[in-house]
Design a protein around this ligand. Sequence first.
Ligand code: FES
Length: 109
Amino acid sequence: MPARLSVCKGCCCGRVDRGNNPVPYDALKAVWKSKGLDEHVKLSLSGCLGPCSMNNVTLMTHGKERVWLGRLASEDDYFALVNWAEQISAGSPITDLPEQLAGYRFTPA
Ligand code: FES
């Protein structure tokens, strides 16, 4: 069963008109497709995932495991998601985060 990465595109995440950091949704989708990452890590843009105050939020799931990331700020952070997905495609568990992303992990209340 593939992992799934949900990138929040809800009421707050990515909403620059609300003073939040942008999310490079289209670029991310394009890279995902060009690298064929979908086979092992499905990428989906989702509605509000819940913890809006942590924007910008993503959620990686695989079986019963969940890894929440919040306060992603730069385009670089989003492209670190690509590295993470490549690691997962190569057999790493989703809990094995690239260093750049490790500090963004949180547990929702
Ligand atoms: S809008 Fe992203 S968590 Fe609510």
